[in-house]
Write a protein of this length. Structure first.
Length: 269
């Protein structure tokens, strides 16, 4: 696991955007196949999307040959509802870059057969050649996508009943009315995310500090589903100092030292 600790949330977004752009550009030089990118919703990745839009506008990157797969979507919420994840992605990212609509994949929470929708989603990911880089956020309880505590670490895309904690947390997007928040969602599984060549997780703010500590220093267990990153050969957590607040001093210094040495090495190439 690689851990990048930045001072501020905006630096987390800048680092993540730079990394994603570098991967897309390197892939384009090496292959004619599309770059397959997994994407999240939520407040944390919004700054990264804003940075990616800036880089697109500056001519540093194109998304014309990028295929995307989103992590999740509510069940029963119309796609054009302002709080659907379809709406979120088009509002905050897709409509502002040159990605082709047919290369955007988001789970259909209104599919007539939700179980088949999940099976088909996994198959479509495989047909695309697998996800090269999966960007994600992490919840205060260590959940990844809608894989809440005690979800199987071998899980695949499926229907998930949401906990009251998640419903209450998301009520802020629904006029602070928990009765308006959908009770179920479709979500990629932990194993789906772990199949990606690389996984890049963002965490900012003090409310993510406990999760970051468990993911990095805790045991590999389904109580903290993002702890599965410990077993991924190319996982990266990018966090700010507040999110790193509960790490042991030795852990904090280790990762800061490692990245400092790596940066100095790159500058001297």
């Amino acid at each position: 696991m690689r851990v990048i600790i930045q001072d501020k949330p905006e630096q987390v977004a800048e680092w993540a955007a730079d990394y994603i752009v570098s991967k897309i550009r390197a892939h384009r030089q090496a292959s004619t196949a599309p770059f397959v990118l997994g994407l999240p919703t939520g407040s944390t990745p919004m700054q990264t999307y804003a940075e990616l839009i800036k880089r697109y506008q500056a001519g540093e990157v194109s998304f014309a040959d990028v295929v995307t797969f989103n992590m999740d979507e509510y069940v029963g919420l119309p796609e054009d509802h302002p709080e659907s994840y379809h709406s979120f992605m088009w509002r905050h990212f897709f409509s502002r870059v040159d990605i082709r609509p047919e290369q955007v994949h988001i789970l259909n929470g209104n599919a007539p057969d939700l179980a088949q929708e999940c099976v088909s989603y996994e198959a479509t990911i495989k047909q695309a050649g697998g996800i090269r880089l999966f960007l994600g956020g992490v919840g205060p309880d260590g959940h990844l996508a809608f894989n809440e505590p005690f979800s199987s670490l071998a899980s695949r895309t499926r229907i998930k009943t949401l906990t009251m904690d998640t419903i209450t947390a998301n009520a802020r997007f629904f006029d602070n009315d928990v009765t308006k928040v959908p009770r179920r969602a479709l979500t990629v599984g932990i194993a789906t995310v772990m199949d990606a060549d690389e996984v890049l997780i963002l965490a900012t703010g003090h409310n993510k500090a406990r999760a970051v500590r468990h993911i990095i220093e805790g045991g590999y267990n389904h109580a903290w589903t993002a702890s599965a990153l410990q077993t991924h050969p190319h996982s990266i957590i990018v966090c700010d100092t507040l999110a790193a607040y509960e790490l042991k001093v030795g852990t904090y210094r280790y990762f800061r030292d490692i990245e400092g040495i790596s940066a100095a090495h790159d500058e001297n190439k």
